[in-house]
Design a protein around this ligand. Structure first.
Ligand SMILES: Cc1cc2nc3c(=O)[nH]c(=O)nc-3n(C[C@H](O)[C@H](O)[C@H](O)COP(=O)(O)OP(=O)(O)OC[C@H]3O[C@@H](n4cnc5c(N)ncnc54)[C@H](O)[C@@H]3O)c2cc1C
Length: 386
């Protein structure tokens, strides 16, 4: 077996790294998962994820965690309203969407990122995750790598897998290719205890999501499991919009002023989002790895998820593809089909690049559609099945 007596280091406890650790442990792999967060109580930020049957959920099933998932997903959070900038509703599936239907390719259950992390963490052998391990650098040692972390530790691993997300510090050891800016920036906000803090928006949201399109700009709003509301204002902008616009993202008033100008013609109904959001807002320029990227396979180092192929969030594919990568890599590394680790990694990487390029192309196209003059019309046609 390729992994016999091999120490595996996975860096990054996102959906990709955690899923890989679990799947390798199921096949008796010796895994350490190094994560920069201080400990398991660190708050995992970000919108809930909808998992897809053939990728994210396939990995959950393979990890024998479907029951835990079913007990913890957010029923009805996949219900959506599509509106124009004046908050007029053009599409709602709140009363028409069938209830929980695992196994159907159209059912995309939502789960909080923190809950997904917890499910995966609790399924790992004790001491698998080494918290407070911020990767800094590594160097070749014998047949493997000596990794260096900010906390001063320097463990050895025979195989390193980078799952450290879009700003991966390990990716440059594999390829110098960088992600490109998609032309779209998202300004994210989060409202704690939304029932109290933003009662109108909370009622409008009704436990699901809102996608609002107008003047080539978008607002995405979504319910979180803990009663928070997360939202993102998404628009075309220069790559350095966040640093060049002079906005203080800790100042709600300033950000609301910006919204009223940048989103002119949008209803004042939306203002509640900006008035009640926690500080600071987070500007997020959206990047995408080149669709035709390639690199030479190494025998003891690879990457997956956003580290390998970050893509815009407009098809909801990123975490799903990351978990699919984990599934495929665990199969390759534990298969008897390959004679060497390099052969197994090469097979995985070739298939991963192809899969990711398809998902990234869809994500880029959706991004263009959603930020065009006719975004509302196109999105309605999509969701009405035309
Ligand atoms: C606004 C938005 C909405 C999205 N919505 C969806 C959606 O609905 N569905 C979907 O499938 N995807 C969605 N995505 C994409 C999704 O978030 C990512 O694709 C996914 O999280 C990638 O998983 P990952 O495990 O590769 O990396 P990450 O989730 O980024 O995890 C990386 C981990 O590595 C750790 N780390 C980073 N650097 C270091 C270091 N130097 N040392 C040690 N640890 C480190 C981080 O703390 C983190 O825990 C969205 C993205 C955005 C921005």
């Amino acid at each position: 077996m390729l992994l016999e007596n091999k120490k595996i280091a996975i860096v990054g406890a996102g959906p990709g790294g955690l899923t890989l650790a679990k799947l390798l442990q199921l096949k008796s792999g010796y895994v350490k998962l190094y994560e920069r967060d201080f400990d398991k109580t660190a708050r995992v930020q970000g919108s809930p994820l909808d998992l897809h049957d053939d990728s994210g959920l396939a990995a959950i099933r393979k990890a024998n965690l479907l029951n835990e998932f079913k007990q913890n997903f957010l029923p009805r959070a996949d219900r959506k309203l599509i509106t124009n900038e004046r908050a007029e509703i053009f599409f709602s599936d709140h009363d028409t969407k069938p209830d929980e239907n695992f196994g159907s390719e159209h059912f995309r259950p939502e789960i909080d990122r923190g809950t997904l992390r917890k499910i995966l963490l609790e399924s790992l052998h004790p001491e698998t995750v080494v918290w407070d391990s911020h990767f800094i650098s590594m160097e070749v040692q014998n047949e493997g790598w000596l990794l260096h972390f900010k906390n001063g530790s320097s463990p050895y691993a025979d195989i390193v897998i980078a799952a450290d997300g879009a700003n991966s510090k390990i990716r440059p050891y594999i390829t110098p290719i960088k992600a490109f800016y998609s032309g779209i920036t998202m300004l994210e906000g989060n409202i704690h205890e939304a029932e109290k803090a933003a009662p109108h928006m909370n009622r409008f949201l009704n436990g699901g999501k809102i996608m609002a399109f107008g003047n080539s700009k978008d607002l995405f709003i979504g319910q979180k499991g803990n009663g928070d509301i997360g939202f993102g204002a998404s628009f075309k902008a220069d790559e350095n919009w966040a640093s060049n616009n002079g906005l203080d993202f800790t100042d709600r008033k300033q950000v609301l002023n910006w919204f009223t100008t940048a989103y002119s013609g949008w209803s004042s109904i939306w203002y509640e989002l900006f008035e009640s959001a926690a500080s600071p807002f987070v500007p997020r320029p959206i990047y995408c790895a080149p669709l035709d990227q390639t690199w030479e396979t190494l025998p003891n180092l690879t990457m997956l998820g956003d580290a390998a192929h970050v893509m815009p969030p407009f098809a909801g594919e990123g975490a799903n593809v990351a978990m699919w990568d984990a599934l495929e890599l665990s199969e390759c590394l534990t298969s008897k089909k390959y004679h060497t680790l390099k052969e197994a990694i090469a097979f995985f990487e070739t298939a991963m690049r192809e899969r990711a390029a398809i998902a990234a192309a869809e994500s880029l196209e959706n991004g263009e559609r959603m930020h065009s003059e006719s975004a509302l019309k196109m999105m309605l046609a999509f969701f009405n099945g035309h």
